[in-house]
Design a protein around this ligand. Structure first.
Ligand SMILES: Cc1cc2nc3c(=O)[nH]c(=O)nc-3n(C[C@H](O)[C@H](O)[C@H](O)COP(=O)(O)OP(=O)(O)OC[C@H]3O[C@@H](n4cnc5c(N)ncnc54)[C@H](O)[C@@H]3O)c2cc1C
Ligand code: FES
Length: 261
């Protein structure tokens, strides 16, 4: 983990509310593992001390990129920053996805919205290619379809309004595929909590291993403030663990969703 002042290389609108930020981060970029995130301080923001967590999308030499949705104060200010301006970044942070070993299980990736960003490096570094299921409300929420296809992965798209791909939820498309009951598969998912719960239920029903990247609000990002705790099974019960340091990726069998309901 490194704290570094990074310079913006580019910060372009991708689709609608989504932007792709590329920064020069020579100390952080070479260390990144799939599913890890960066905690970003945005100096022009009035409450600049509060950092925002973003998955690390792509890495190339000394640069790394982040795919973000302009959703609030911080991301709005970020979206107006220009090449040459500086940010403070701590990273890479967190416990990421397990890259499947050669001849290991076939990966099925499931993403909702900007969850695609967390899964790209996994797809790039996995020796096995599989299927990426990507879902969103509308066509503009479908990110990186071309990038995953360029890696040689099959991409199945669903939109809730039917404006692109199959109409419906991404987990419906996943269910249809799981009903084929092909052996030796593993699920990896990142997206909104209801989607992650549904993927966890399907993994249990079809007796498949699954890793889920949880999306919790964060404070410090380094394990101190406990803003990000989630209930994780331990012994006969459960205990709180920190999404920022113990996660964000957890084995789906370990997540005690019922404790939060
Ligand atoms: C491990 C991790 C990885 C993430 N990766 C990405 C990514 O790759 N791309 C991306 O666009 N976003 C990602 N996020 C979410 C991102 O951190 C928030 O969208 C961002 O902090 C919002 O900052 P803001 O100041 O613009 O919004 P604020 O003004 O602080 O809040 C605006 C709205 O966003 C909601 N919000 C804030 N944080 C989250 C969150 N973690 N999840 C859901 N809603 C939130 C608030 O409740 C509020 O409704 C990730 C979050 C985590 C925990
Ligand atoms: S964000 Fe502070 S402990 Fe996780």
């Amino acid at each position: 983990m490194v704290e570094q002042t990074v310079q913006i290389v580019s910060n372009e609108r991708d689709t609608d509310l989504y932007f792709c930020l590329v920064v020069n981060a020579p100390q952080i970029a070479p260390l990144v593992q799939p599913g890890q995130f960066a905690h970003v301080r945005i100096p022009p923001l009035r409450e600049a001390l509060l950092r925002r967590p973003f998955s690390i999308f792509q890495v190339s030499g000394s640069t790394l990129s982040i795919l973000y949705k302009n959703i609030g104060k911080g991301t709005d200010v970020l979206s107006r920053m220009r090449p040459g301006e500086e940010l403070s970044m701590i990273g890479p942070l967190g416990h990421g996805f397990t890259v499947p070993p050669p001849a290991g299980e076939t990966p099925l990736l499931v993403a909702g919205g900007y969850g695609m960003a967390a899964l790209y490096l996994l797809a790039q570094r996995s020796p096995q290619k599989g299927i990426v299921f990507v879902g969103g409300r509308r066509r503009v929420d479908i990110l990186c379809e071309a990038e995953f296809r360029a890696l040689g992965w099959e991409v199945r798209v669903t939109t809730e309004d039917g404006s692109h791909g199959e109409p419906g939820l991404v987990t419906h498309a996943l269910l249809a595929e799981l009903k084929r009951r092909e052996p030796g598969r593993k699920l990896f998912a990142c997206g909104p909590t209801p989607m992650l719960k549904a993927v966890g239920r399907l993994a249990a029903e079809f007796k498949l291993p699954a890793e889920l990247s949880l999306d919790e609000h964060m404070g410090c990002g380094i394990g101190v403030c406990l803003t990000c705790v989630v209930p994780i099974k331990a012994g006969d019960g459960w205990e709180y663990q920190r999404t920022c340091t113990d996660g964000p990726v957890f084995d789906s069998r370990q997540v005690a969703w019922e404790a939060d309901e």
